[in-house]
Design a protein around this ligand. Sequence first.
Ligand code: NDP
Ligand code: OXD
Length: 313
Amino acid sequence: MGKGRILFSAQDIDPQRWQELLSQSREVVLEPNGPDDPSIEYAVVWRHAPGVLSKLPNLKIIFSIGAGVDHVLADPDIPHVPIVRAVADELTQLMTEYVVWRVLDHQRQGMLYREQQTRGIWNEPRQPAAGAVHVGIMGFGTLGCDAAKALLALGFKVNGWSRSPRPMAGVTAFHGADGLDAFLNATDILVSLLPLTPATRGIIDYDLLGKLNRGNPLGGAVLINAGRGQLQKDADIVRALDDGLIKEASLDVFETEPLPATSPLWSHPKVFITPHTAVISDPSYLVPPMLAQMDAFERGEKLLNMIDPKAGY
Ligand code: NDP
Ligand code: OXD
């Protein structure tokens, strides 16, 4: 019998390179061969067409092209098969680079320098040492822990917030709803690396931003969100900036993507925008572990990086 076929179903992603790499080991299709195609055993997806997976009678595993699986679980007819999320050292490294880049830019007053340059101003702003700045990482999982290590190596003070206790040497750890306020009060720069789940949707609102430590050596609190856009309320971020609850924000993700042309975030002088590119999921580092997991699964081995559908991540 041949190896199980793979359905590749992804919106806004050119399938060509994915197909090329996946098909080195197994046959890949972009459409099932009829609604009940029994030959498809695996699906590799990014915002797949809702309903397409539930019709496949022999589907064994769903692989998410993203580390976040909210796009998979958004399908109300998702079949009861294991869902494996994207985890790769290269992906983690890219996110750590993004976090370090943005934290350093805020700590070293990059926005102020850029503004001064446009006006030809030679002025030496206040630049607190890394050791005087507390970075709070909200979502202390694969990506959050790696970013924390890099920030600690640069001398920043690091706080972590997770659902369950996640102790790490050098990090002040907080967890659960009960630990959230203490975590925020101790945080000058908030980095969000949370997954989008029913428990985290809309969590970054005006009230939360008001709990950050704004009396800090940076001269105000900062938000960096590279988790998911629907964790945040875009309008609350604008209001928090205008009311002085936070002084600056770096946003990679937005409630609606692409960010609508009418959004006030585009032109806000205290907002730095990247278009959901903190990490670009490249098939060259995601396909090899996917194919290896398919083979391992067929040998009866345990799957890695499976999500808990009840928790939503
Ligand atoms: P992980 O699953 O490894 O980590 C998630 C972390 O969030 C864990 O620490 C978890 O707690 C915590 N968490 C989840 N729910 C809650 C909650 N209700 N309260 C408190 N903490 C919670 O995920 P990754 O680190 O791999 O990825 C994180 C997210 O980053 C992805 O889900 C995705 O949305 C986003 N992402 C964005 C990218 C981009 O380009 N902008 C690229 C890649 C990922 P616990 O440790 O207790 O389980
Ligand atoms: C991810 C993403 O979840 O790219 O991996 O957003």
